[in-house]
Design a binder for this molecule. Structure first.
Ligand SMILES: Cc1cc2nc3c(=O)[nH]c(=O)nc-3n(C[C@H](O)[C@H](O)[C@H](O)COP(=O)(O)O)c2cc1C
Length: 405
């Protein structure tokens, strides 16, 4: 049996059918109620049929005031359960693990979502004029954030998700606390890495108590944020040692923030890693040397042969794929039965350099919508349309959210 097809048992005792996971891909499909709808069901039903051992949801926000995107799903202790139960059933009925990725956008909430974002400190994100200056969270508000993460995790278990993941990567709130560039606090939540990691570690500890020892808990963490004076590999290794002690079942390694979007490309990454297909493998090696936390690496995996090789060499335990699920209609099934050897990345070039990241996001966002509507992927979708789509969607949906608030 090929390495990718072999099952994997997590420390909590749950088994994934194979080593392929769909990484989180924000769906942006919810209306102002922020609940999963028919499109979410169709999208995940299609992905589940592909046979990957585990699907992560796109980020589910724990607080509707600080969204990552206007069409986010939001879940909290009092959310209606039925729409979520229908959603999880589409996946779990196929005997596939379905984990909820939980997030708080912090300062990476656009002006269409909030003009008053919050963060560890008041360091503004400068990107295309899309983000307002955040204010630092007060201590009672930090306690509220912790409780919201725990409540949402418990809610997710109740409505049928078979695991959860905390999004502590890519520059969102948990990662804003971890990074010395965005966390300038002088209280117990800032300064040394022991303090900067306190928020994430407290959330993990309290969630473990709330959901029990048999429920998978994962964390998505940056190996580094690739910014001078930012979160570095030594910081990340400290956090990983602490997460291991707290019984985290799967560490997903990624990298970058909105300022340096390393999770989309190899920019800023070491030469030795650049020469290989995937992005964060050098760092995975360093994590392996530290202890026995199961490792998922996401970013850049495109050929079946390479995926099998890194698994055979035990460089990692689970291979995470994001964009391949949006570039080939039968990607997962093809890799698992060996009929597909490779997925090619398209060239997406925005007419305005400043909006390049929006063009890329819009291109993939369009594919998500197409799958959710039961259509085939359209690789010829234009970069100009993709750029317009992102700005228009965020603006109109953001406005609708405000009217409904
Ligand atoms: C359209 C799109 C949406 C994404 N949404 C999320 C998200 O909600 N949460 C997250 O952790 N990463 C998100 N990512 C990043 C992916 O999970 C993944 O880390 C990245 O795409 C690199 O992997 P790949 O080379 O296999 O695509 C997103 C990526 C894309 C393309």
């Amino acid at each position: 049996m090929a390495a990718l097809n072999q099952p994997f048992t997590l420390p909590c005792g749950e088994t994934l059918n194979n080593r392929m996971a769909k990484a989180a891909l924000t769906e942006r499909l919810a209306d102002p109620s922020h609940l999963p709808n028919e499109k979410h069901l169709k999208l995940y039903e299609t992905w589940a049929k592909g046979g990957a051992g585990m699907l992560l949801s796109g980020n589910i926000l724990i607080d509707e005031r600080y969204l990552e995107a206007a069409g986010n799903v939001v879940a909290h202790a009092l959310s209606p359960e039925d729409p979520f139960k229908k959603w999880t059933k589409t996946v779990t009925d196929t005997n596939t693990h379905f984990w909820a990725q939980l997030n708080h956008a912090g300062r990476q909430s656009t002006i269409f979502s909030t003009l008053k974002p919050v963060s560890a400190s008041d360091v503004k994100l400068k990107k295309a004029g899309m983000f307002a200056k955040p204010r630092p969270l007060t201590e009672p508000e930090i306690e509220d954030v912790i409780q919201r993460f725990v409540n949402t995790a418990t809610f997710c278990r109740r409505v049928g998700f078979t695991g959860i993941q905390f999004h502590a990567a890519h520059g969102y709130l948990l990662s804003q606390f971890l990074s010395p560039k965005t966390n300038l606090r002088t209280d117990k939540w800032g300064g040394m890495i022991t303090n900067r990691a306190r928020l994430l570690l407290t959330i993990v500890e309290r969630t473990r108590k709330a959901v029990g020892n048999e429920f998978p808990i994962s964390v998505k963490l940056n190996s580094a944020d690739f910014l001078r004076g930012g979160f570095e590999e030594d910081d990340a290794l400290f956090v990983i040692r602490e997460l291991t002690k707290r019984g985290v079942d799967l560490l997903e390694i990624s990298g970058g923030t909105y300022e340096e979007v390393t999770f989309f490309s190899k920019k800023g990454i070491k030469q030795s890693t650049k020469e290989r297909e995937a992005y964060f493998l050098d760092f995975a090696k360093a994590v392996r040397a530290e202890g026995d936390i199961p490792i998922m690496v996401t970013g850049g995996f495109r050929t079946l042969a390479f995926c099998n090789k890194v698994l055979e060499d035990k460089e990692l335990d689970i291979v995470g794929f994001g964009r391949p699920f949006l570039l080939h209609d039968d990607f997962a099934a093809g890799f698992l039965d060996g009929s597909l050897a490779k997925v090619d990345d398209p060239i997406i070039k925005s007419p305005l350099k400043m909006y390049q990241d929006f063009a890329v996001a819009g291109y993939y966002d369009k594919q998500i919508e197409r799958i959710a509507e039961g259509k085939k992927i359209d690789l010829n979708y234009s970069a100009t349309m993709a750029t317009l789509r992102m700005t228009k969607n965020e603006f109109w949906k953001g406005l609708k959210n405000k009217i409904n608030m």
